[in-house]
Each structure stands twice: as C-alpha cells, then as structure tokens.
Design a protein around this ligand. Sequence first.
Ligand code: GLU
Length: 441
Amino acid sequence: MTVTRFAPSPTGYLHVGNLRTALFNYLIAKKTGGQFILRLDDTDPERSKPEYADAIKQDLEWLGIEWDRVETQSSRLERYAMAADKLREIGRFYEAFETPTELDLKRKKQLNMGKPPVYDRAALDLSNAEKDALRAERGSGVWRFKLDHARISWTDGILGEISIDAASVSDPVLIRGDGQVLYTIASVVDDTEMGITHVVRGSDHVTNTATQIQIIEALGGTVPNFAHHSLLTGPQGEALSKRLGTLALRDLRENGVEPLALLSHMARIGSSDPIELRANMAELIEGFDLSRFGSAPTKFDVDDLYPLTAKHLHGLDVSAVAPDLDALAIPQEQREAFWNVARDNITTRRDIETWWLLCRDGAEPVIDDADKDFVADALGLLPDTPFDADSWSNWTAAVKEKTGRKGRGLFMPLRKALTGMSHGPDMSQLMPLLRVIRAKT
Ligand code: GLU
C-alpha cells in the first residue's frame, strides 16, 4: 500500500509552495487507495506553535485534503534517541565541537582555495581526553552522521536518475549541542517506522535525500521512493521565496480563491498536462500523474487563480451558494432567479454582494452629461416596479420610438442609469430583480 506524508513544520502558515508538496503526496496516496499522513515536524520547541499547527489543519480542511492520521515529532523524541544510540554503536555518529564562527572560517578558507566547503571531519581525530576538555570548555558538541564516501544514487520519481558523491557533502548534524534533535534524523526515523513508501518534496531537499538514504541504510530501514518537484517562481521567473509570505493559503481564501480552482491549478502547473478545472477531488486524483512533471522551475501567477475561480462559480447550482445567500439574507423566493443572473458576473463569492445590493437597494445612477435629456425622457417612460421579463424590451422599444436612438447609444445610457455600471448581466434578466430605481427618485 502507498503511504505518504506531508511534513510541515508548524512555524508559520502554509503557502502555495507547501500546498504543492501536500497535494502531490495526497494525490499519489489516494490514487492507489493508500494512506496520507499529516506529520508535524515540531522538534524545534522555540519556533513551533500550536496555533500554526491548528492553522495548517484548517487550511488543509478548507481544501478538502484529508489526512488519515496526524503524527507529531515532539511526541516521538525517544525513538530518535534510540536511533542516535544505534548510530553511535555502529560507529557512524561522532561529536564535534567547532563553533559556528570556526566552521565559517573553515568554509571561507576552503572556498578561497577553490575547494567545496565540506566539513573536514577534524573532530574524528580528537582523542577522548581532547573531547572531555572541549566538552568542559564549550558544553556538549553537535552530533554528526559519518557519511560513507561513496556515490549515493536513486531513481527519482520526477528527476530521473540521480547520483551524488557523498564526499561532496558535509557530514550532517543530526543533534544539536543543546540536545535538540534535528529534522534530518527525525524524518528518517519517522519515514522508516511509519512505513512511508513515497516521499515527494521540493528539489531543495535533494542533498538531504542523499544523506537520508545513507542514514536509513545505516539504521537498517527501507528506503522510500523519492521524488523532488521543482520550486515555484513568480510569473517572470523570479524567486518566490521572499513573496511566499504573501501567498499564504489563508490569504488566498480571504481573497475569495475557490479550493477547487487552487487545487486544479496546483495539480497541473509544471506538468505537461493542461490545466483543467476539476469538479471534485475524485477527478483531481484520477487526472494526476507525477511522471508528467518536469524539473524546470515552475512559474506561478496568483492572478491565474481568479479565472478558474470564476469558472468554478459559474458552474455552481444555487444550493452550492446557500451559505453566501444566507449571509446576505436573500429571500428564498428570489434566490434562484438572482443566482442565475448574478453567477456569470462574479469572479469570487465576494462579488455576490455587489449584485444583491444593486437589486435590493438600487444603484447610484451614472448619467453622462450628453445623455441627461435622453435619460430623463427615458425614465419618464419607465414602467413601475415590479418589472418582468419583458420590461426591458418594452421599455427600450418605447424609448427608441420616442427618441430615435438605437444600438449602444440607446442601451448603454439606460444600463448606466439603472445599474450605475457599464457592464453586467443581460438587462432583460436583471430588470425583474431590480426593486429600486434610484435614478427615478
Ligand atoms: N519539515 C520539512 C520541511 O518542511 C519536511 C521536509 C520533508 O518532506 O522531508 O521542509
């Protein structure tokens, strides 16, 4: 059975970049009837906050990405300690005492000499007495995993054949001097013990994957299938990392983006399949194929979400917007007719209100100077409310006869006088809904 996980750190709100990871993992699990685990990577006690964990769940719920269970790393610390002991026992774990400044200096020297800035393993040469002395002076050291300097290879679900020379990578620090367990080991232990079969994550994790494969092997676990999706860029190809804060899922929700529009877009950008609006999660699952994604950075433009949102709304039945119509206290008997007229003229649900207020309260008329007399004449011919389906054609016919105007010169000033806008629904459908004509008063 396919088992995947989405493993955010609850240190902030989810953004579109995270969503891509969550969605891919969810879709590949569900495509084969597998399980999707929400794993909270909360080993950093200072930065992890319960309110972010709650927000992550809310965002996924809003999107309909359902997890089979939640795991939290903070409740599994003893498992990580056991793995650390095992690495110590088999001689793959060593304590190192360099300060950040010392490491920085080493890196600079290496770079100056044209060498890759890889940790030089100086700590491996320390005698026990030297370690004791350093520990007394500086406190506990960090614990590094001793990589086996061989090539690490895997067949990536998106990138294809990958091979990384372990000698070009620093021995990763798995435990900090203060004892805090770091992501790399916690993730490996969880992936192994939770039977994760597929890990999809951003291509910024490729080097992590190489080292994690060796750690998994050292611990005797089964290496999952890895796939690394490209990172999102802005519409011009610019790095999105700085703007991700403004692309939080909760902001998109607030701005009226529809879940299925967002999901449909994210399930396809960066793939060779066209972006298609899907009606539900089942269709998204059905139409998803990881092998269609490429390695090139993927352009993301938040503006693309709005036409899809509009398209989704245009296809909704009145019952699907009942909560929105409730919120505006739209009388039951007017709902169907109102929605049929309004829906093709909205981009997000927030626009429903504009059309409702127009119907209920009328609009501030817009009358161009050149049309003042014409509109005054026309309003004199306007029948009383309530209007019906023929009111617009009867009225405009009468106005045409009296004034001789036709076409746009006839219709546009009347539309603007009644609705205050130069665009909108078919006037013969809209008129029966208009309760108040402010231009008349
Ligand atoms: N907590 C990690 C992150 O957000 C998880 C990475 C992974 O999927 O392994 O980057």
